[in-house]
Design a protein around this ligand. Structure first.
Ligand code: PLP
Length: 368
């Protein structure tokens, strides 16, 4: 038996007719950029997130970067980021010209530890990017008690959390603004790159709408030095179709996660399972376990035909690209420990129950 980490082709085949029709509709329309499909998707996705505005952009990194630019955050400013995240969270800050200031995660939920935020605040701190990592929402109320005190903007990195909820409120409307990615492997994935910003801040939405299109308010009128970062009509049309299936597909992920949690509950305590807080409704973008012998276990699963992954093997502060910040091994021990111990098991709407059973049986024998 072979088990893929994520089967994107099966996702396509399940709704092939709808996707093909949407694709054809766009090609035949002769309209490919900033047109009716994007406008419709923006309305539908804003409604889905309970947000007033949605602006489709080129990718998730740009979505984060454009929020920072829209708020005028740049050189000389600091932005608090998790030490444990995908590097794009940090890159967006650097790209805006500001400095990422890392804060360690809670080791059980993997999300930023809200107790450690206040000590990281300085007079230069302008924003915090809270990542809903692996699909579980960050503790937004506790974050906002700190940010309100200091007048700091809160930005959600919701690239892994389409449809997740915090205290019954959807991610994407929990803070000043939120960034989404529609990279193909995300819970809501396009057939290429894509991203979006959601916000209730009308002024910010207007700025980002211009910034994504050469800083242009009307054709050939440029009021800021913007970029070209637009969600194209083909991607928007595919995403409109997939948005209608998102809740059902997230439910399948939830069922698989429930199965994993139950089937692995009795295993030795060295295997640490993901921890879900009572107020969180995660969407299980990833199912990440921890084990001191991660590499050995991964190898044994690989030999059984099970493809796992590691999110992420090197934390941003130890990447060559961030050598400029001068961090060393030992500076963020929790992120470093997670990088050594984390293992992502296959999960996705097209993983079968038999596949999941095969994975848990092989994992349990690898542990013994
Ligand atoms: C995928 C991802 C991004 C970046 O999205 P792209 O569309 O690949 O640019 C940002 N943050 C997190 C947490 C992600 O997982």
């Amino acid at each position: 038996m072979k088990v893929a980490f994520l089967d994107l082709k099966a996702a396509y085949l399940e709704i092939k007719d709808e996707l093909d029709a949407a694709y054809q509709r766009v090609i035949e329309s002769g309209r490919y950029i900033l047109d009716r499909e994007l406008q419709a998707f923006e309305e539908e996705f804003a409604a889905y997130c309970d947000a007033n505005y949605c602006i489709g952009v080129g990718n998730g990194l740009d979505a984060l970067h454009l929020i920072l630019r829209g708020y005028g955050i740049g050189a000389g400013d600091e932005v608090i980021v998790p030490s444990h995240t995908f590097i794009a969270t940090w890159l967006a800050v650097s790209y805006a010209g500001a400095t990422p200031v890392p804060v360690e995660p809670d080791e059980r939920t993997y999300n930023i530890n809200s107790d450690l935020i206040e000590p990281a605040v300085t007079p230069r701190t302008k924003a915090i990017i809270a990542v809903h990592l692996y699909g579980q929402p960050a503790d937004m109320d506790r974050i906002s008690t700190v940010t309100k005190k200091y007048g700091i903007k809160v930005i959600e990195d919701a690239a892994q959390a389409h449809g997740a909820a915090y205290k019954n409120r959807k991610v994407g409307s929990l803070a000043d603004a939120a960034a989404f990615s529609f990279y193909p492997a995300k819970n809501l994935g396009a057939y290429g790159d894509g991203g979006a910003v959601t916000t209730n801040d009308g002024g910010l939405a207007d700025k980002i709408r211009r910034l994504r299109n050469y800083g242009s308010s009307a054709k050939y009128l440029h009021d800021s030095q913007g970029l070209n970062s637009r969600l194209d009509e083909l991607q928007a049309a595919q995403l409109r179709v997939k948005l209608r299936h998102l809740d059902a597909w997230n439910r399948r992920r939830e069922q698989l996660a429930g199965y994993y949690l139950q089937a692995l509950a009795g295993t030795r305590e060295e295997l640490l399972l993901p921890y879900v807080l009572a107020w969180a409704k995660p969407v299980w973008h990833l199912f990440v376990v921890q084990h001191p012998s991660r590499t050995l276990i991964q190898k044994q699963l690989d030999q059984a035909g099970i493809f796992t992954s590691i999110h992420y093997p090197i934390p941003p502060h130890l990447q060559q690209s961030y050598g400029c910040l001068g961090y060393r091994e030992g500076d963020f021990p929790i992120a470093e420990r997670l990088a050594k111990r984390a293992l992502s098991l296959p999960i996705g709407p097209h993983l079968s129950v038999e596949g999941a059973e095969y994975i848990t049986s092989k994992l349990i024998s690898a542990l013994s």
